[in-house]
Design a protein around this ligand. Structure first.
Ligand SMILES: Cc1cc2nc3c(=O)[nH]c(=O)nc-3n(C[C@H](O)[C@H](O)[C@H](O)COP(=O)(O)OP(=O)(O)OC[C@H]3O[C@@H](n4cnc5c(N)ncnc54)[C@H](O)[C@@H]3O)c2cc1C
Length: 456
């Protein structure tokens, strides 16, 4: 009998699962349900739409429902899954016009419900119309409209989304306040690297940006549903035309949990390396599910678009009776503030120490290509290794030059278990416009080797 695969979620992982499954198996009935009124779009492009590098939001739409339908994938917009009955193998959806409900039978269920912004506990947070989070297309449109009318903005939490919005707002002439409850911005990096990122941002645009580190926003005030002031626990009062909350995300795992599926780190859905959940015939992919860290071998939750797409592809192969064993993640990520790149892969020095590794680090600052080339620019690379096993644990890269390709190379090395000694001989391409005769990455490794020799 023809199998019916029901996918909940139409962001990145859901559509990727559907498309790959169709290629793997032309016969299965594939249905994709989403609570939004569009599917398959690039949330990652939203900051650049707001900045106006991409003027038309339609450009962020990867594939339309009609394109999926043409490949025999049925798309159900504005259908919100509210309950999974795993014994009956059904999902109950609330559909437009709400609260109409339908019950849908599945042979195989794929949960790809993603994540949503985490909302911190701030007095009056829900009382105003000009407080935004960024996750969906509508959020991007609303923020862009607010930005166009505003002179000032406040960003609460400065991680990857925060830094991309900071660029958008500065580029569009706003003055921006940043409230950050960590000692430093971009807290996924080590403190020494974060401090350099902050220094760069303030050196470039310090006349337009004020960063309030190490403090919490505790109260928002305003009138007629328009917020105009934020008060922090250190007593700072910040006037603002609108507010962005970018303090992280939480997995949309509630329906899975309520159905009795096992959950793990931060409440994300537990899956094995084939993306099977703890219950037969139910898979989970993307930001809603747990990951395994390639360095630590521990379960973790590192929700990223790059990962979500690969997971969807891998789950589809398994659903179609193939064999895809997912290696895990490193949290490889990149972002930027104008022409200044910030990127990393693997674990930080802070994490490595907490996990008990014999941590050795080195930081090099070099030109990213031959210094006599006009486009040469500086990069700083911080490598983290385990001195006992000589394993590479992670790298962080920042600067106006090309740090990203060095970090990508280290991702590849870690994934393949390449140790420091083997890495030293790495044959990297060189010509003056692209690199230096000894690449900055190899400089970092040489320094590590010197330190290792000193320690023995
Ligand atoms: C502004 C921004 C910038 C980003 N930049 C990057 C980047 O540069 N690089 C990177 O790797 N990642 C980036 N990300 C992260 C990336 O977008 C996500 O990791 C990716 O979208 C996750 O895909 P997903 O399919 O798991 O979840 P989502 O894309 O969130 O899709 C989940 C879908 O499920 C729907 N849904 C949820 N619950 C239900 C329900 N009960 N019933 C029906 N439908 C439901 C949601 O509405 C949504 O449409 C960015 C994210 C944002 C917001």
């Amino acid at each position: 009998m023809t199998q019916r695969v029901v996918i909940i979620g139409g962001g990145a992982a859901g559509p990727k699962t559907a498309a790959k499954l169709r290629r793997e198996n032309p016969d299965m009935i594939i249905e994709m349900y989403t609570d939004e009124n569009h599917v398959s779009y690039s949330a990652c492009g939203l900051p650049y739409y707001i900045e106006n590098i991409i003027p038309d939001i339609e450009e962020l739409l990867v594939r339309s429902p009609e394109e999926f339908e043409r490949h025999g994938i049925k798309v159900f917009l504005e259908h919100k899954a509210i309950k999974i009955d795993k014994e009956k193998q059904t999902v109950i959806f609330e559909k437009h016009p709400y609260p109409e409900q339908i019950e849908v039978f599945y042979d195989i269920l794929v949960i790809a419900t993603g994540a949503r912004p985490y909302l911190p506990d701030i007095e009056n947070l829900h009382d105003f119309k000009n407080i935004y989070t960024l996750r969906k297309l509508e959020d991007g449109i609303a923020i862009k409209n607010a930005m166009k009318k505003a002179k000032t903005a406040t960003i609460i939490g400065l991680g990857y989304i925060g830094i991309e919005l900071l660029e958008a707002f500065i580029k569009n002439g706003l003055e921006v306040s940043v409230i950050n409850n960590h000692k430093f911005i971009m807290p996924m990096f080590d403190e020494d690297i974060s401090k350099q990122i902050e220094k760069h941002i303030l050196e470039k645009d310090g006349d337009k940006i004020k960063i309030y580190n190490n403090q919490h926003a505790v109260k928002i005030t305003g009138e007629n549903e328009i917020a105009s002031k934020i008060i922090t626990d250190k007593g700072n009062e910040i006037e603002t035309d609108f507010i962005i909350i970018s303090t992280g995300i939480v997995p949309n795992s509630e329906i899975a949990k309520e159905a009795g599926l096992k959950t793990g780190v931060k409440g994300s859905i537990w899956v094995n390396s084939h993306f099977a959940t703890s219950y037969p015939k139910i898979y989970a992919v993307g930001d809603c599910c747990e990951k395994t860290h390639i360095v630590t071998k521990k379960h973790c939750w590192l929700p990223l678009g790059s990962t979500a797409n690969k997971e969807g592809r891998c789950a589809a192969i398994n659903i179609a009776s193939g064999n895809c064993d997912f290696q895990g993640v490193l949290g490889a990520a990149v972002s930027r503030y104008f022409d200044y790149t910030v990127c990393m892969t693997g674990i930080t020095e802070r994490e490595a120490k907490a996990l008990g590794y014999d941590v050795l680090t080195t930081t090099v600052t070099k030109e990213d290509r031959a210094g006599y080339m006009p486009e040469a620019a500086t990069i700083t690379l911080k490598m983290i290794v385990d001195s006992k096993s000589r394993e590479i644990l992670g790298i962080q890269g920042i600067g106006n030059g090309d740090a990203e390709k060095r970090v990508a190379t280290v991702s590849m090395a870690i994934m393949n278990g390449v140790k420091i000694d083997e890495f030293m001989g790495l044959d990297l391409p060189y010509a003056p416009p692209f690199s230096t005769a000894i690449d900055p990455l190899l400089n970092a490794l040489q320094k590590i080797e010197e330190k290792l020799k000193e320690n023995t």
